[in-house]
Design a protein around this ligand. Structure first.
Ligand code: B12
Ligand code: SF4
Length: 514
C-alpha cells in the first residue's frame, strides 16, 4: 500500500510536441492527480538540445522538482526530438528513470530504448499508476502490465492490461490544465495560467480540444487504428463516453474559460453510432453548451438528418476525408471502404446545409499510379467550393498493414517515417496540381490538366502556365476561398467571420493546418 506521504514525490510528464494540444498525456496527468499523485505536465514547444539557454533552464526546473521519473510522450513525427531530449536528460539526470509511451512507442517500442529506460505500449492510464506505485514502494516494475524493458540486450514485453471500456471512469479535464508548465521561447519555465495559455496555445488558446470516444469504425491500412484494432481484438471498435459525462466536462471548461470560441471533437469517427445518441447529444449540447464546434467523420456516415441535427446544435464544419479520388486505391490499397460517390454525396449534403466542405488527401503513395493522382485532382476540382483540403504526405507507419505490404512489394520506396514531416509532400507537377485544384476555378484547372496530359515531361508552356496559375492562386483565389470558407463556418456572417479570423491567422501560418 502506498502511503499518503510517499505520494508527494513529483512526477514529470512531457509531451514532446511543438504545441500544447496533447490529449493522451492530459489523460495520464489527470488520472495520476485523481489518484493523489503529484503529477506535473511540462510543454516544451521550443525545445532544442543545442540551444544552451533552453537546456540550462530546463535543467534548473527539473533539478528543482526532482521527479520520481520522467514520462515522455511521442508520435513518430517527434521521434528525433524525443531522442535528443531523452539523451540530454540521461546525461544530466542519470538517476531519474525515463519512461516513454504514445503511438510511436506502441507501434515500435524497441526503437525507443536508445533514449528511454522503459517503454509502455497501448492505453496506459492504469498501468502508469502501477508503475508509479512500484517505484515508490521499491517493488519490481518488471511486473507492470504494458511495460517493455531490456534484459541482457533483449526487449521483454509484458502482457497488456485490457483497454478501458467505460470511458466515464476517467477524469474530466479543465481547459487550462492544472499543475502544468511551459518552457517559453526565452527559455524560462513558468506555470500555465489563462493568460499564458491564450498566448501559447493553438488558436490563441480559445479552442477546447477533446475526445468523446476512442477508436474508429474503420481500419484503414495506413492508419495506426488498424494496428490498435489488432492490439485490442476484443475492444468495441468505438468506445463512447456518456452524453452526461461529455457535457459535464464542457460545462466545467466553459466555466474555466469563458473566452472559448470553439470546441473541437478529435474523435476519428464522430458520426458512427446510434441516431438516438446524436439526437440526445445535439439537444443537450445546444441547451447547455452552445459554443460552435467541429467534428470529423467518414463520408459514409453523413446523412441529411445527422447534418441538420449538428447544424442546429452549432456545428462549424464536418471534416470528412477523401484520401484519394481513386476507388481502386481506396479499396485495394487503403482498405478504406468509402468511395468517390460517397464523398460527392456527402459533399452535396454539406453544401445544401450551407456548411463548407473540409477534407484530407494523401499524396506520395508509392502504390499510386499517375492516373490515380489525376483522379484525385479531378475529384477535388468537382468538389463544391469554397472547400478546404489538407494535403498530407503518406507516412508508412510501422505496425500498419500498408507498412508490411510496402516492405514486401516496394522495399526501395520505403523511407524512415521517424521524424517525417507529414505536411511536406514531394514537389512534383502532379502534387502541385493537386494543391491548385483546391483553389483554382474548374475552367483554369481543366486547361492546366490538359496541358499536363499532353506534355508529360513538363514542357516550357506547361511550366509557365503552372507557375502563373500558382501565383494567381496564392494572390487571389486561395485567400478568397479561405475567406468564404471561414464565412460559411460562421453561418455566413461577415461580422462573426472577422471576429473569429485572428484565431486562425497565426495558426495557419505557424502549423499550416486547422
Ligand atoms: C486527436 C489526434 C490528433 C489531435 C491531437 C493530437 C495529440 N497529440 O493529442 C491533432 C489534430 C492536433 C492531431 C494532429 C496530428 N496528428 Co493526430 N491523431 C489524433 C488521434 C485521432 C487520437 C489521439 C488521441 O488523443 N488518442 C487518445 C489518447 C488517450 O491516446 P494516446 O494519445 O495514444 O495516449 C495514450 C497512450 O498512447 C499512452 N501514452 C501516451 N503518452 C504516453 C506517455 C507515457 C510516459 C506513457 C507511459 C504512456 C503514454 O497512454 C495514453 C492514455 O491511454 C490519433 C489516432 C490514434 N488512434 O491515436 C491520431 C494520430 C496520433 N495522429 C497522427 C498524425 C500523423 C497527426 C498529424 C501529423 C497530422 C495527421 N496526418 O493526422 C498531426 C500532428 C501531430 C502532432 N504531434 O502535433 C498519427 C500519428 C502516427 C504516428 N505513428 O506518428 C495518428 C496515430 C493517426 C494516424 N494517422 O495513424 N492528431
Ligand atoms: S477512418 Fe481515419 S481514423 Fe479511422 S482508420 Fe481510417 S484513417 Fe484511421
Amino acid at each position: 500500500m502506498t502511503s499518503k506521504n510517499s505520494k508527494q514525490r513529483n512526477i514529470l510528464l512531457i509531451p514532446v510536441q511543438d504545441n500544447l494540444s496533447h490529449l493522451g498525456v492530459k489523460y495520464l496527468h489527470y488520472t495520476l492527480l485523481q489518484k493523489g499523485y503529484m503529477s506535473k505536465q511540462l510543454f516544451i514547444p521550443y525545445f532544442n538540445a543545442r540551444k544552451e539557454t533552453l537546456s540550462n533552464s530546463l535543467k534548473a526546473f527539473i533539478s528543482e522538482i526532482n521527479p520520481l521519473y520522467i514520462g515522455l510522450s511521442l508520435t513518430s513525427l517527434e521521434y528525433h526530438r524525443s531522442s535528443d531530449l531523452g539523451q540530454f536528460l540521461k546525461k544530466v539526470f542519470p538517476n531519474i528513470p525515463i519512461i516513454c509511451g504514445g503511438i510511436h512507442p506502441t507501434v515500435d517500442p524497441e526503437s525507443c530504448f536508445s533514449f528511454a529506460d522503459y517503454v509502455m505500449v497501448g492505453e496506459c492510464e492504469y498501468s502508469l499508476i502501477d508503475f508509479t506505485e512500484a517505484l515508490i514502494n521499491g517493488t519490481d516494475v518488471k511486473e507492470v502490465p504494458n511495460l517493455c524493458y531490456m534484459e541482457n540486450g533483449i526487449m521483454k514485453q509484458n502482457p497488456l492490461a485490457p483497454a478501458i471500456q467505460d470511458l466515464d471512469i476517467l477524469p474530466v479535464f479543465d481547459h487550462i490544465p492544472k499543475l502544468s508548465f511551459i518552457q517559453r521561447k526565452d527559455g524560462t519555465v513558468c506555470a500555465i495560467d489563462r493568460k499564458i495559455y491564450h498566448k501559447e496555445g493553438r488558436f490563441l488558446g480559445r479552442m477546447y480540444e477533446m475526445l468523446s470516444s476512442r477508436g474508429c469504425g474503420f481500419s484503414c491500412s495506413y492508419c495506426t487504428n488498424s494496428y490498435l484494432n489488432k492490439l485490442y481484438p476484443s475492444n468495441k471498435r468505438v468506445r463512447r463516453r456518456s452524453i452526461q459525462n461529455i457535457i459535464e466536462e464542457l460545462e466545467k471548461v466553459k466555466h474555466n474559460d469563458p473566452e472559448i470560441k470553439q470546441i473541437v471533437f478529435h474523435d476519428s469517427s464522430f458520426l458512427i453510432g446510434k441516431r438516438d445518441y446524436f439526437k440526445e447529444f445535439c439537444k443537450e449540447y445546444k441547451e447547455k453548451i452552445g459554443i460552435p464546434f467541429i467534428v470529423s467523420t467518414t463520408p459514409t456516415s453523413i446523412d441529411w438528418e445527422k447534418l441538420m441535427l449538428l447544424k442546429d446544435a452549432g456545428v462549424s464544419w464536418v471534416t470528412m476525408a477523401l484520401q484519394t479520388g481513386s476507388d481502386l486505391i481506396n479499396k485495394d490499397i487503403y482498405k478504406r471502404y468509402s468511395f468517390k460517390k460517397d464523398f460527392f454525396k456527402a459533399a452535396e449534403l454539406i453544401k445544401k446545409a450551407r456548411l463548407p466542405v473540409k477534407s484530407d488527401v494523401i499524396l506520395d503513395n508509392p502504390f499510386e499510379k499517375e492516373a490515380d493522382t489525376i483522379e484525385t485532382i479531378e475529384t477535388i476540382m468537382e468538389t463544391p467550393k469554397p472547400c478546404l483540403f489538407e494535403i498530407f504526405s503518406l507516412a508508412l507507419l510501422p505496425g500498419t498493414e500498408l507498412y508490411e505490404r510496402a516492405k514486401i512489394e516496394c522495399p526501395d520506396m520505403m523511407e524512415d517515417c521517424r521524424g517525417k514531416n507529414f505536411m511536406k509532400f514531394k514537389q512534383s507537377y502532379l502534387n502541385m496540381l493537386t494543391v491548385l485544384a483546391v483553389y483554382l476555378p474548374k475552367s483554369i484547372m481543366k486547361k492546366l490538366l490538359n496541358l499536363y496530359k499532353a506534355n508529360f515531361n513538363g514542357s516550357g508552356i506547361f511550366k509557365v502556365a503552372l507557375y502563373l496559375s500558382k501565383g494567381l492562386s496564392n494572390l487571389y483565389f486561395k485567400p478568397k476561398n479561405l475567406f468564404y470558407w471561414l464565412k460559411l463556418t460562421r453561418g455566413d456572417s461577415y461580422i462573426d467571420t472577422f471576429r473569429i479570423m485572428p484565431l486562425y491567422v497565426k495558426d495557419y501560418f505557424t502549423y499550416r493546418n486547422l
